[in-house]
Design a protein around this ligand. Structure first.
Ligand SMILES: Cc1ncc(COP(=O)(O)O)c(C=O)c1O
Length: 380
């Protein structure tokens, strides 16, 4: 099946008892055994559930991977990937990861003996320099949240192979429509399914996809042992959301290109970061590695934080909200919202300034999004 067909049909077989086109929601905690030691493939929903299994097959198929393991949030997915490591291991990580990820690494996982070095992974030399004898994992986010830095995955894969590192990619911003990290040699493609995959601001979820049997076995074990599993209903909603992913992503990307070009030309905007702009420092890598630039933009206003707040407080169509990747356009202030727990000094050192504004461009009419931003910018 071609990609767009896989998005709609992969993993979906009509319900064998009723013929229902949409797989049913198996909202059950447990399953009756036929006799001691003989079940129908399911024994307890923390371990496995038919609705979750259908969604996992669908997500593995669209990512081009053999196996998917679903979790109750993107954060639970990241945490579960780190459970492939043990005390004493070191991780090299992109410096501009989502603030919740660096919070997990710095304030929780360091207590269990893991250590982390953050580098600008858009520069492979910086990654090479950061590797230590105890380094066991390379964790990359591309494009990053919120600065939209892009990392060359083929270069990362070469480094990971040379040093025998587990190579994980948080591909939440790109989605399998535009980028499939496993094709570039990643061991793990991870998503917060809260975002584009479910796509409608209706749930929290996460997934880990891999071709490696050893990683899959470990992730399944972690999934059932720790139990951070999504509900059957959330799996069902995700499954329905995914069926329109290819259409939504094309519109997110074309709208974002319009909005990014509008912002770049606006006299009150100091700089815009969007991988689809020729001015983006990794535009060429993004063009070569992704088939579209997705829907996330960040920008800085002339007038810094005060001007940024005026814009965010005066938009009417754009929703001032945490999160991203849904059909509605959302505007966020990373310094006080998504990245509030990253110490100010560290934030500023990596370019995440107080005046930075992030937009998740939705799939409304682009003229309305631009008009809303233009009116708010007028007041800045
Ligand atoms: C890139 C990225 N990864 C992971 C997460 C965490 O996902 P969740 O909020 O589903 O736990 C987020 C959340 O914003 C994110 O932006």
């Amino acid at each position: 099946m071609k990609f767009d067909t896989r998005v709609v049909r992969a993993g979906m077989t009509p319900d064998p008892t009723t013929g229902a086109v949409v797989p049913p929601i198996y909202q059950t905690a447990t399953y009756v055994l036929e006799e001691v030691g003989r079940d129908k493939g399911f024994d307890y929903t923390r371990s496995t559930n038919p609705t979750r299994q259908t969604m996992e097959e669908q997500l593995a198929a669209i990512e081009g991977g053999k196996h998917a393991v679903a979790f109750s949030s993107g954060m639970a997915s990241v945490d579960s990937c780190l459970k492939l490591l043990k005390s004493g291991d070191h991780v090299v990580c992109s410096d501009d990861v989502y603030g919740g990820v660096s919070r997990l690494f710095n304030t929780v996982l360091t207590n269990y003996g893991l250590s982390f070095t953050y580098v600008d992974s858009s520069n492979p030399d910086k990654v090479r320099e950061a590797i230590q004898p105890t380094t066991k994992m390379l964790w990359v986010e591309t494009p990053t949240n919120p600065l939209l830095k892009v990392t060359d995955l083929a270069a990362m894969s070469e480094i990971a192979k040379k040093h025998d590192l587990i190579f994980g990619v948080d591909s939440t911003f790109a989605t399998p429509v535009f980028l499939r990290p496993l094709e570039y040699g990643a061991d793990i493609a991870m998503h917060s399914t809260t975002k584009y995959l479910s796509g409608h601001n209706q749930l929290i979820g996460g997934v880990v996809i891999t071709n490696r049997q050893d990683i899959f076995d470990h992730m399944k074990y972690v999934q059932k042992t720790i139990g951070a599993v999504p509900s059957p209903f959330d799996c069902w909603l995700t499954m329905l959301g995914v069926k329109t992913l290819h259409l939504r992503m094309k519109r997110h990307a074309s709208n974002a290109q319009v909005v990014a070009e509008f912002l770049e030309a606006h006299p009150k905007v100091e700089r815009v970061s969007y991988p689809g702009l020729a001015s983006h420092p990794q535009h060429e890598i993004a063009k070569a590695q992704m088939s579209g630039f997705s829907g996330m933009i960040s920008f800085e206003l002339v007038g810094g934080i005060a001007a940024g707040k005026t814009v965010m407080n005066n938009v009417k169509l754009c929703a001032l909200a945490e999160s991203l990747g849904a059909v509605e356009t959302m505007i966020t202030h990373p310094a006080t919202m998504t990245h509030v727990d990253v110490p100010r000094e560290e934030r500023c050192a990596r370019g995440l300034t107080d005046g930075l504004v992030r937009i998740s461009v939705g799939i409304e009419d682009p003229d309305d999004i631009v008009a809303d931003l233009a009116a708010a910018l007028e007041r800045a």
